[in-house]
Design a protein around this ligand. Sequence first.
Ligand code: RB5
Length: 154
Amino acid sequence: MTIVLGSDHAGFALRRILAARLLDEGHAVREYGATDESAYDYPDAACEVAVRVQKGEADFGILVCGTGIGMAITANKFRGVRAATCWSEDAARLAREHNHANILCIGARLIDPELAIQIMDIFLSTPPSEEERHVRRVRKINELPGVEASEAPC
Ligand code: RB5
């Protein structure tokens, strides 16, 4: 799969760990955002990743900041993006099954790297539920307007 990752300074170290793991597993990986632990504004990285997921250039996005919250707030402004902040394996599984999430957001200051890897593995390997109620609800999300890649500031 092709997976795009982004982070701010708070998520930089964990993003590198997750990217290395994905490369080891044979995925194509692209990284955006902070290049070290100097201050970096998380909306800029979220924009880069959300645009690429919206355009279908990646199968999934992964965004890492201190809490995973600012990244999700930003990414979810983009049409077709369903970004979920996940803190446990169950949250990751349900975000995929029920919400058909296509971007995983992780809080590097809230969970340790081992759990983050487990969450990522579950997120990437869980298929979306095809049950009618979930498909209907996700369709309602998708029908709401959102920012188009062509209008994006990044
Ligand atoms: C940066 O200090 C922090 O605010 C950011 O990483 C993130 O947690 C925002 O949601």
